[in-house]
Every structure is written in structure tokens, then in C-alpha cells.
Design a protein around this ligand. Structure first.
Ligand code: ZN
Length: 330
């Protein structure tokens, strides 16, 4: 039986991205909403390395992209998800069904990880974080150009450019873009540690150093959104701030105040790419994880058997999910 119950469980064989600590778990990527302090973690080598920084010691069982392994009743293969370094889609053959769990994913360019492909399946658990039509993201090169223009224009006017980006994933992506263009970046100690793991796995991130009280020469400061330290940062200097996230296209939803510029650099698939994934993969059953109900309605309209679902245990939603299916109760 496959269950959505604090993780995606395949009988007693394996559980994907459990929301509570488990003796053993398969982890799609090292973001904290997918990673807990499990005893044994199956994941890509990069995910295991990044996880070590976040959660300390555990027993890691590395799974390279494209290789199949047997775990209990499951035949399991990880493939790139294009979300952050090490992020994976999980492809499982179980009791005659091909199941794909995309994890957080993106189909278009991300300079810090391998691109994702679409995988055919019978049952699809898909990350629909941006499952609303408003999330139609611009071209990656245009986004990079906007980011560099923000840095250049701020420096020219003698402001310190401050970019709000989460410590893992987005920070290294911004560091890479800005560093490749010849500017310096000044980052938190944690973002710097994650960047070293990127370098270990072949992603060359240049010109970064740890934030301190010294003036940030010819470059940008990168720190987590609405960081408490922000007000104490370089009190004698003027700053310009920028928030980089897919949420930039839905500003009423995020309600950040005091940000000068918003750039929609997303590490999740756009609405159209979500539809493209589903139409190409051709699943009989779709579980839309995270995000909005809009896409579920659209998919039903297009003739797909789709439901809104959650990995976490939220009463009602899980029951609804399980009632909807007959595939799982065998
Ligand atoms: Zn993530």
C-alpha cells in the first residue's frame, strides 16, 4: 500500500521525505521542510553532504543519479530535479506501478544543479508550489541580467546592494551569478559552508567571503529574507535591498515591507511547466503537493484525475486523498 501520511510511504519498504524523524528515510533534497534528523538517510551524494551541515551526523546511503537500487519491495532510482544542488526526483516501481515523486523541482535552467527531465508514470506526486497561472517566470538570462543590473546600479549610486535569499540553494545561485560576473559576494557563514559543498560537487562559485563589519567592496551582501541582523549591518551606509524568489510575482501574498526591488528567480517549476510535466508524463493519478488549488481545478478540467494533497498529517486532506484512490488500497 502507498500512503500519504507524514511522508509518502511504500508499505514497510521506504518512506519519502517524512515530516517526522524516522529510523530510515529517502530525502529528495536538503531543504529543511524535507529533511529531518533521521538515523539513516538515502539521498544523492550532494544531498547527504548538504544535510550534514544542516542536521549533523547520520548514516548516509548515497544514491547516484540514474542508478537503480532495491529497497524492500521497491525498485528505486533518483534523477535530477533542477531545484537545488543534489535535488532529486524519485522513481519507484512498486507492485506493478511506476510512481514518480518529483520533490521540489524545476524544468528550466539553474546554474547550480543538473536540469530535470520529465518521467512517465502511473502515479505522480508533484510539487505544485507555483500552481497558479500568475507564476509565469521570465527567461533565466533575463533574470540574471536584472540581478546584475540591481548590483551595478546600486554600486554606481554608492548604495550597498543587499540581496535577500535563503541560505541554502537560492543564496548559492545568486552567489554564482554575481561571482561569475566579476563582483564579490558577502554571505552568512552557513551560506558559505553550503557554497563549499557546491564547489566539492563541481559547481564553481567565485569571489565570496563571510560577512563581517568590513565594508563590502565591489559586491553585494546576501542574507536570509528579513534577517534580524539587517538593521545593524553597516549602519553608516545607505543600502538598497532586493528579494529574489518566485513569490516576487505575487507580492500581495508575501507582504514583505521595505524591499526596494523584487526579482522572480524561482527554483520551482512555472505553472506552464507543471502542466507540461503532467501532460507528458501521462499519469493515471496525480497528487498535487503544496501550493494552490488552482492547478487541481485546471487539471480536472483537462480530464486528469488530480487531487490536492499534503505530505504532512493534516486532518481531512489526507482522508480525502485516500478516499479518492482505489489504486492504493490493494
Ligand atoms: Zn526545496
Amino acid at each position: 500500500m502507498i500512503e500519504l501520511n507524514g511522508g509518502i510511504k511504500f508499505g514497510d519498504s521506504i518512506v519519502l521525505d517524512p515530516t517526522r524523524i524516522q529510523p530510515a528515510a529517502m530525502v529528495s533534497h536538503a531543504h529543511s521542510d524535507h529533511l529531518k534528523r533521521h538515523k539513516i538517510i538515502y539521498g544523492t551524494p550532494a544531498t547527504l553532504d548538504l544535510s550534514g551541515i544542516s542536521i549533523g551526523s547520520f548514516e548516509g546511503i548515497p544514491q547516484k543519479y540514474g542508478t537503480t537500487s532495491r529497497i524492500g519491495e521497491c525498485s528505486v532510482r533518483l534523477e535530477p530535479a533542477g531545484h537545488i544542488l543534489g535535488s532529486s526526483q524519485t522513481i519507484i516501481d512498486y507492485q506493478g506501478y511506476r510512481v514518480v515523486y518529483t520533490g521540489d523541482f524545476k524544468l528550466t535552467q539553474n546554474d547550480t544543479c543538473m536540469p530535470a527531465e520529465i518521467h512517465n508514470c502511473d502515479i505522480l506526486f508533484i510539487d505544485t508550489t507555483f500552481g497558479k497561472k500568475i507564476f509565469d517566470f521570465p527567461d533565466y538570462n533575463y533574470i540574471k541580467q536584472r540581478l546584475l543590473e540591481f548590483v551595478e546600479a546600486s554600486l554606481y549610486k554608492e548604495f550597498i546592494p543587499v540581496i535577500f535569499a535563503y541560505n541554502l540553494g537560492k543564496a548559492q545561485e545568486v552567489m554564482k551569478i554575481i561571482g561569475d560576473a566579476g563582483f564579490n559576494t558577502y554571505v552568512t557563514e552557513l551560506a558559505g559552508k553550503y557554497a563549499e559543498i557546491h564547489k566539492k560537487h563541481g559547481i564553481d562559485i567565485k569571489n565570496f567571503s563571510t560577512l563581517n563589519s568590513q565594508y563590502p567592496e565591489n559586491g553585494a551582501v546576501i542574507m536570509p529574507p528579513l534577517s534580524r541582523n539587517f538593521d545593524e549591518l553597516y549602519p553608516a551606509y545607505r543600502k538598497r535591498t532586493c528579494f529574489v524568489s518566485g513569490w516576487a510575482l505575487y507580492r500581495s501574498y508575501i507582504r514583505f515591507r521595505g524591499v526596494d526591488e523584487y526579482i522572480p528567480l524561482s527554483d520551482h517549476a512555472s505553472y506552464n511547466d507543471l502542466i507540461r510535466y503532467i501532460e507528458t508524463a501521462g499519469p493515471d493519478k496525480i497528487y498535487c503537493l503544496f501550493g494552490f488549488k488552482d492547478i487541481v481545478d485546471d487539471l480536472k478540467y483537462r480530464g486528469f484525475n488530480a487531487v490536492k494533497a499534503t505530505i504532512a498529517n493534516r486532518k481531512g486532506v489526507d482522508r480525502y486523498v485516500l478516499e479518492e484512490t482505489n489504486l492504493f488500497n490493494q
